[in-house]
Design a protein around this ligand. Structure first.
Ligand code: NAP
Length: 290
């Protein structure tokens, strides 16, 4: 068996095209266009690249973009002042603070400060709390988990009753992905670094979402034949044959996994592009809360 490849890039292009069309229609109808503010603190090269990609996509879709860069040693108060200002700015519907922040800053305090109505990343505790409540809807679903669900549904629209292993329990990926799988009536098992018999849990799972940040953690022969595998992990492996001196791999041993899985997402070209597309979708949605 060779797995179907879930092409996140292609799926993301379709979603972005829909957003672009919706924005053009708003322009035609003389309706307000959403604006996204990105806040980058410090000089982390990966964060800089992520923010640059988001700004580029924003412009391509016709969303207004407001970019803020603060120095590495920026005091907490200065960052909070900027967020309060953006909360009040009627031209800004979405606020994205690129994580991780430098160590001296409190990520928690910063995330709390963003208005839940402008929390297009979907990670404010208010929205995260609503996600866990059975009969409530968050104002925004978090971007990476939303992308993961869309990718799963692209190959299997109804996952009710299916067993899912989520490897990772972070607030931005693992935990909310498990919540969203449960909302789709799948039965998730949340795994982390203390989980025993990870291989057995994987072998019993119809869906595996790998979000540990550990290259090759999920072995091909851990995969139940026909399972759906979404690889969220992004790991930089030194590789002198590449122009940048490294290559990107996920958390799944891809070459082996394709022999067992029914469908699998690659790295790169899988969850990454979907995360940006879902951010754009949330920014468009944010106009409803204006
Ligand atoms: P994180 O905050 O470091 O969380 C990693 C999680 O994985 C933790 O819960 C950790 O367990 C668990 N874990 C680590 N090693 C494990 C192991 N050997 N066995 C089982 N569980 C293990 O990372 P994150 O922010 O969730 O990101 C996860 C990965 O996804 C990273 O590679 C990141 O770069 C990538 N990512 C990709 C996108 C995208 O758009 N494609 C977006 C976000 C993140 P403990 O809780 O016990 O420590």
């Amino acid at each position: 068996m060779t797995a179907e490849i879930i092409d996140g890039k292609k799926l993301a292009e379709t979603i972005k095209q829909e957003i672009k069309t919706a924005i053009e229609a708003r322009l035609q109808a003389d309706l307000p266009i959403p604006g996204l503010a990105t806040v980058l603190v410090g000089n982390d090269p990966a964060s800089r690249t992520y923010v640059a990609n988001k700004i580029k996509t924003t412009a391509a879709l016709g969303i207004r973009s407001y970019s803020y860069e603060l120095e590495e040693d920026c005091p907490q108060e200065k960052l909070l002042d900027l967020i309060h200002e953006l909360n009040e700015n009627p031209d800004v519907q979405g606020i994205l603070v690129q994580l991780p922040l430098p160590d001296h800053l409190s990520e928690d305090e910063v995330l709390h400060a963003i208005s839940p109505k402008k929390d297009v990343d979907g990670i404010h505790p208010y929205n995260a709390g609503l996600l866990t409540r059975k009969y409530s809807e968050p104002l925004f679903y978090p971007c990476t988990p939303s992308g993961v669900i869309r990718m799963i549904q692209s190959v299997c629209p109804d996952i009710s009753g299916m067993k899912a292993a989520v490897i990772g329990r972070s607030s931005i990926v693992g935990m909310p992905t498990a919540m969203m799988l449960s909302r789709c009536n799948a039965t998730p098992t949340i795994c982390h670094s203390y989980t025993k018999n990870l291989d057995e849990i994987c072998r019993e799972s119809d869906i595996i979402v790998a979000a540990a940040g550990s290259p090759g953690l999920i072995r091909g022969n851990w995969i139940k034949p026909g399972a759906i595998i979404i690889d969220v992990g992004i790991n930089h492996i030194p590789d002198e044959s590449k122009p940048r001196g490294y290559r990107l791999v996920g958390d799944v041993e891809f070459e082996e996994a394709v022999k067992y899985a029914g469908a699998i997402s690659p790295v790169p070209g899988g969850v990454g592009p979907m995360t940006i597309a879902m951010l754009m979708a949330n920014t468009l949605k944010a106009i409803e809360y204006r």
